[in-house]
Design a protein around this ligand. Structure first.
Ligand SMILES: [Zn+2]
Length: 488
């Protein structure tokens, strides 16, 4: 990991989207130091390039990297193209409807490659086939399967669940020609593991991986890392509840799996729906303890700070509401039972009540959300959990219940988030939106928190002022900053 952005020095001086562009998408090229202010787009026909577009470069913003931008969005015909500016050329790129087909297949392949357990597709499989001793009781149950979350032994329930939401959504929306049952196999592989990890009362059990089991030799010779080059051993499992986001997300993705399998395999679809509803009932039970979650064990290298976001799930908190919102939406889509839609509506209304007030155009920080009513922390600090729940859940509600009496409030909240994103994206030439927003007293990159082993800790690279907000009755304003990248 490095906190140094790739330098323009060793890349083509004209940057384009290497994946390509869909015909209707906005299309820009980025040039750090153009020799002239005009650029030309050529299209390859037979074996020659023909000029099809000429445009003027404009300043693309100074954040992340100062550069100029050329807009050629009006080009919509399928083909192979190249851009010229002065005596420089870009690499060739395509405009076509299916540009995301190739990266989708590549990303999809990550799942079978990372399988853990009795598999023939995992890069290290078969492995960890016998694990399942529950430490608190000594009981054995088969808890093999799932995925190696990274290229190590971790298979944290929160991390796997986030990947599976993306995989299942792709399964529901994409029908690639290469899919001869591979996507169904993968969705089932992921669900099976969580079915094993679920107790009869609906709670998903907790697990950790100690030692972490880094790839052999990865840290050889690196100061302070010798202890981490240990051989892999079995993971630890605990009967107790795993962290709240994993519980909510099981309700969310099992309901998605139900929809995926409904016609293909009704029996398995029923099993997934049963798992989803069990998670829902467990998390909405009046007996649920809202005591802050603290992991039984944390892998080394500074993961201890991961307890900070887990503890941000409590009654009425933004993360609790946003995860319940997305689980309710998913269950409503699977069952058409309005009790889930009503619950999701209440969550959406509670959530928008945690958004700051103010003029986004003059102060973009005001489109952020508080962690909780009386909290002094931004929900937007918790990048993994906030970015995968709150904003998408509110958008889904506008589709599912556009005539709900509170829909105008949800619409206003989404409008302000969108305005914030659009505004900041114009400040950098890549048109990125920030991954994380925070203030100095709760900076996820310095509270030895989420990634204290990251090289970004304590640095201010890629960190920009976003405006000010006031928490409750606090006399002072808080300066809010944002960062485009989580890790570096
Ligand atoms: Zn394994």
């Amino acid at each position: 990991m490095s906190n140094t952005r790739p330098s323009f020095d060793y890349m083509s001086p004209i940057l384009v989207n290497h994946v390509g562009y869909t015909p209707g998408a906005s299309k820009i090229c980025i040039i750090a130091a153009p020799r002239e202010d005009e650029f030309s787009v050529y299209r390859l026909q037979d074996t020659s390039f023909f000029l099809v577009f000429k445009g003027k470069l404009t300043k693309g913003g100074d954040e992340a990297q100062s550069a100029w931008v050329g807009d050629f969005s009006s080009l919509r015909d399928d083909g192979i193209y190249r851009i010229e500016c002065g005596d420089s050329n870009s690499r060739c790129f395509v405009i076509c409807q299916n540009v995301y087909g190739n990266p989708f297949r590549t990303v999809f392949n990550y799942f079978p490659m990372q399988r853990c357990g009795d598999s023939h597709t995992g890069w290290n499989a078969p492995c960890h086939v016998k694990e399942g001793v529950i430490l608190d009781s000594g009981e054995y149950r088969d808890l093999s399967g799932g995925y190696h979350q990274s290229c190590d032994t971790r298979k944290w329930t929160w991390g796997l669940g986030l990947g599976m939401i993306g995989l299942f959504q792709a399964g529901l929306s994409e029908k690639p020609h290469w899919d001869t049952g591979l996507i169904a196999d993968e969705i089932r592989w992921g669900c099976d593991y969580f079915h094993r990890m679920q107790r009869d009362d609906g709670g998903i059990m907790d697990t950790s991986s100690l030692p972490e089991g880094w790839s052999e030799g990865l840290y050889a010779g690196r100061k302070g890392f010798a202890d981490y080059d240990l051989p892999w051993k079995a993971r630890e499992f605990y009967k107790s509840d795993t962290m709240p986001p994993a519980q909510w997300n099981n309700a969310r993705f099992q309901a998605m799996a139900h929809r995926y399998f409904k016609d293909k395999n009704p029996e398995y679809a029923g099993k997934c729906l049963d798992s989803s509803i069990k998670s829902w009932c467990h998390m909405t039970s009046p007996e649920r303890s809202y005591k802050p979650f603290v992991a039984e064990q944390m892998p080394p290298l500074g993961h201890g700070g991961m307890n900070v976001p887990f503890a941000a799930f409590y009654k009425g908190s933004a993360l609790e509401l946003s995860h319940r919102l997305c689980a309710g939406i998913s269950l409503y889509r699977a069952t058409c039972d309005v009790k889930y839609l009503d619950d999701a509506s209440a969550c959406a209304t509670g959530l928008v009540g945690l958004q700051f007030e103010g003029d986004v155009a003059g102060n973009p920080a005001t489109a952020c959300f508080k962690e909780g009513k009386d909290s002094l922390i931004l929900a937007n600090s918790y990048f993994y959990y906030w970015n995968t729940s709150g904003p998408v859940g509110l958008c889904d509600m506008l589709e599912l219940a556009p005539t709900h009496p509170d829909a105008p409030k949800w619409m206003e909240s989404v409008r302000r988030i969108a305005e914030q994103y659009a505004m900041v994206s114009e400040r950098n030439p890549f048109r990125r939106v920030p991954a994380v927003w925070y203030h100095e007293d709760h900076n996820p990159f310095s509270i030895p928190a989420f990634f204290s082993f990251s090289t970004s800790v304590g640095t201010s690279d890629d960190e920009y002022p976003a405006g000010k907000v006031t928490f409750g009755d606090e006399a002072k304003d808080r300066n809010i900053r944002y960062k485009y990248y989580n890790f570096c």
